[in-house]
Design a protein around this ligand. Structure first.
Ligand code: DC
Length: 228
């Protein structure tokens, strides 16, 4: 039997991390965990409770209400992967719009939020067999992950991908807005004090600016094969 490992996939916004992570998990029979969805669900909670908007952020109130936030991943058989639930409600459809995307990096800067989510992520991965994507997986969540992939691509390519995805879902956005969101999020994620987005020393860099999703997946599978 092949040995079970943990796979950490980090990198910039809209590099296709979740697509690759999902496909890897599916073909290896591993659990896929989208940690961005967890930060997004906390952001959705904060929006709904009038804790954050584009004009204000009541950080202390969020910290005092963190114990009211329960996040769970529940496997959806039809989709073949897990979906995120906030206090018992499936919020997948509520967390990927531009409003949440524009606020999430500010929520992700809060150390108390990070501590809560990282603890949950580490529990999920303690028995191995997990593919987790995010920004700090190889550096903070699983510094001992057997395979760490750091994904990047040019800002234009990334914005175009995110734009197509959003248009495909029927959202009315323009490309300019999406480029602004992607670059601004990367700036905040890279510069924050707590667990900034950086490549772990032992991560493998995967630039997919000129690769299709299938080619990116093939490269990732080659890296997995070397480890198991
Ligand atoms: O992967 P994503 O674009 O859905 O992530 C949304 C935001 O959440 C991202 O801009 C930064 C934050 N994030 C984080 O700080 N740490 C993670 N492990 C995952 C996401």
């Amino acid at each position: 039997m092949k040995k079970k490992i943990n796979i950490a996939i980090d990198g910039y916004s809209s590099t296709g991390k979740s697509t690759i992570a999902k496909k890897l998990a599916e073909s290896l029979g591993y659990v896929y965990v989208d940690t961005g969805a967890m930060y997004r669900a906390v952001t959705y909670f904060a929006v709904k409770n009038h804790i954050i908007s584009k004009d204000f952020f009541k950080k202390e109130e969020l910290i005092s209400k963190l114990n009211q936030i329960d996040l769970k991943f529940i496997f959806n058989k039809d989709l073949g992967h897990a979906e995120i639930y906030l206090n018992g409600k499936n919020v997948e459809e509520n967390i990927r719009n531009l409003e949440i995307s524009n606020l999430v990096s500010r929520i992700a800067e809060v150390s108390e939020v990070r501590r809560k989510l990282v603890e949950q992520q580490q529990k999920i991965g303690k028995d191995k067999g997990v593919v987790m994507d995010g920004r700090d997986i190889g550096t903070v969540v699983f510094p001992d992950a057997e395979l760490k992939i750091f994904m990047t691509a040019s800002a234009e390519k990334r914005a175009q991908r995110r734009y197509k995805e959003m248009i495909g879902k029927g959202e009315s956005v323009n490309l300019e807005e999406v480029i602004k969101n992607v670059t601004e999020r990367d700036r905040i994620d890279t510069n924050r004090k707590d667990s900034p987005l950086i490549m772990a020393e032992d991560a493998v860099l995967l630039d997919n600016s000129d690769l299709s999703a299938d080619e990116t997946f093939e490269k990732a599978m080659e890296l997995v094969a070397e480890k198991i």
